[in-house]
Design a protein. Structure first.
Length: 525
């Protein structure tokens, strides 16, 4: 791709994604719509999804960011429903949707239909994370959806390879398919387990934040490439490494964490924006190869496959939710549920860029390749638009329990109080030693900072200012910001009058930036 179209794609995607933050529409839906509209503008070049770029270059960092931000403990606690969806549902959807397409489309052979089923079986990791983040779903549902979307790509890619082998006549049968699935899954997890400890060891030993962040950017590509090299699942390798590093991120120094968070948020924002815009931009490419099918027939095939995808998910989700609960052990271990949660999980199965990338990787020699590409595109667009737009009102209609902000703040305050008591005891021990002697003002400053951290969370639970609606903590942060702004203005003025140089200005501003970051708690994701 030329430089100018690439820059235009990134810039346009970022603008649309930024504008979405001012609307109630999730960014993925607005980006897809913008891509569809842009594809009709004269002069817009064709943007073809290259699977050799999407799978090894875009998928690993997107999976890595989603997995690092996931909770290993929550995923482990919900391993059964996550496995039922990420493995069981994907295989079921491959067969169910493939067989439905085989019945609907004349001349479509069953092996080719199963290729289609495998391509559109996995819900999208990026879509699930973005929608769940926007809607504020209950924690357990969010964990299940994110966990499913992290692992299901590996299942779908393996199922696709087995179905494709059957089409081209090199299938080894059920035994070969099972062996390939085991190699991909066990091998991918194994590669992740081998890499995660030495990578974490390197992250702890490196003391230069720039080097650590360079390593961080390379990690998903290294894990993916290492697994694919031995014909294992690169997806699972990336997820395993990312979960381990995210769980132990506290062991890395604070400078690295601050930089790493900023870097990966930018990377995730750009990549997520680009992939959803690319989905919409595929329309001309997809329609170009559909000349052999009549318009109404193609529309009917698209509708039938879309309905099969939606129905198959509900057919799987409800029994997978309630049948295992016949076991007393599962009922004891897992929280109680009702019909509302599986309705949301069933309706949240949006498809995304991975399905399109796999569809574009179907060899040209495969019969009905253009139809596979078209049906994948319409299913992705249909699930993103129809389910994405109706999911928020569905959640409001079902009145799912929202996260208890008061209880979460109380738990945070109690945790901070326990930590502060430990810090006070440690400070007293250190100040009692002669080599740690400090002037009283500096020792008092340490105690004041510690007391401020302890009280800040409790103040969020207190009464608000009747004039401004702010809590005491809000007022403190606002006043601290005003004071820092006044200092910053003086520093800049001194630089402009050549009383300090630019290097000194940067050092002084960095100190103020760190103080401001400590004073302000970030509320938005």
């Amino acid at each position: 791709m030329e430089v100018l179209p690439l820059v235009a794609l990134v810039a346009g995607s970022a603008i649309v994604a930024g504008a979405a933050r001012w609307t109630r529409v999730p960014a993925p839906l607005l980006l897809v719509a913008a891509g569809l509209m842009a594809s009709y503008i004269p002069g817009v070049p064709p943007y073809t999804l290259d699977p050799h770029i999407v799978l090894p270059l875009l998928l690993p960092p997107l999976l890595y960011t989603a997995a690092v931000d996931s909770s290993y403990l929550d995923l482990r606690a919900n391993i059964r429903p996550v496995a039922m969806l990420s493995v069981g549902y994907v295989l079921f959807a491959t067969v169910a949707v493939g067989y439905a397409a085989y019945l609907v489309v004349p001349g479509l052979t069953l092996p080719v239909a199963l290729v289609l089923g495998a391509v559109i079986a996995p819900p999208d990791a990026v879509a699930a994370t973005a929608i769940a983040r926007k809607l504020g779903l209950p924690n357990r549902i969010t964990t299940i959806l994110q966990g499913e979307s992290l692992v299901n790509d590996a299942t779908a890619i393996t199922a696709y390879k087995v179905a494709l082998a059957a089409v081209v006549g090199v299938s080894a049968g059920w035994a070969g398919g099972i062996a390939e699935f085991l190699l991909a899954s066990v091998g991918g997890v194994g590669v992740g387990l081998v890499l995660m400890v030495p990578i974490h060891h390197m992250r702890k030993r490196l003391r230069e934040p720039l080097l650590q962040n360079t390593l961080s950017l390379l990690i998903p590509f290294v894990a993916y490439a290492a697994a694919e090299r031995v014909h294992a699942s690169g997806v699972l390798a990336v997820v395993v490494v990312a979960l381990y590093l995210g769980h132990r991120n506290w062991q890395v120094d604070f400078a690295t964490r601050l930089q790493e968070e900023a870097v990966w948020r930018m990377v995730a924002f750009i990549l997520e924006s680009v992939v959803f815009a690319l989905i919409g931009l595929q329309l001309p490419v997809v329609l170009k190869g559909l000349a052999e099918y009549e318009g109404w027939d193609a529309a009917w095939y698209a509708l039938a496959v879309f309905l099969a995808v939606v129905v198959a998910r509900f057919v799987w989700v409800f029994p997978a939710t309630f049948l295992p609960r016949l076991s007393e052990r599962i009922r004891t271990r897992e929280p109680d549920t009702n019909w509302k949660s599986p309705v949301v999980v069933g309706w949240a199965g949006m498809r995304g860029v991975v399905s399109l990338a796999i569809a574009f990787s179907v060899p040209i020699s495969v019969p009905h390749r253009n139809l596979i590409l078209f049906l994948t595109f319409t299913t992705v667009i249909g699930t993103l638009v129809v389910q994405g737009l109706t999911l928020p009102p569905l959640i409001r209609l079902l009145r799912l329990p929202q996260r208890d902000a008061q209880a979460e703040t109380l738990a945070e305050a109690q945790a901070q109080s326990e930590a502060s008591r430990s810090a006070e005891d440690r400070l007293a021990e250190l100040l009692a030693e002669p080599e740690n002697a400090l002037p009283p003002p500096l020792a008092e400053r340490l105690r004041t900072v510690m007391e401020r951290r302890r009280n800040a969370v409790w103040e969020r639970l207190g009464e608000v200012n009747p004039l401004t609606g702010e809590s005491a903590d809000d007022v403190y942060r606002r006043l601290a910001g005003e004071m820092i702004a006044a200092e910053r203005e003086v520093f800049v003025n001194l630089r402009d009058h050549r009383r300090i140089d630019d290097e000194m200005l940067r050092n002084l501003l960095r100190r103020l930036d760190l103080e401001e970051a400590a004073a302000y708690r970030e509320d938005a994701a």
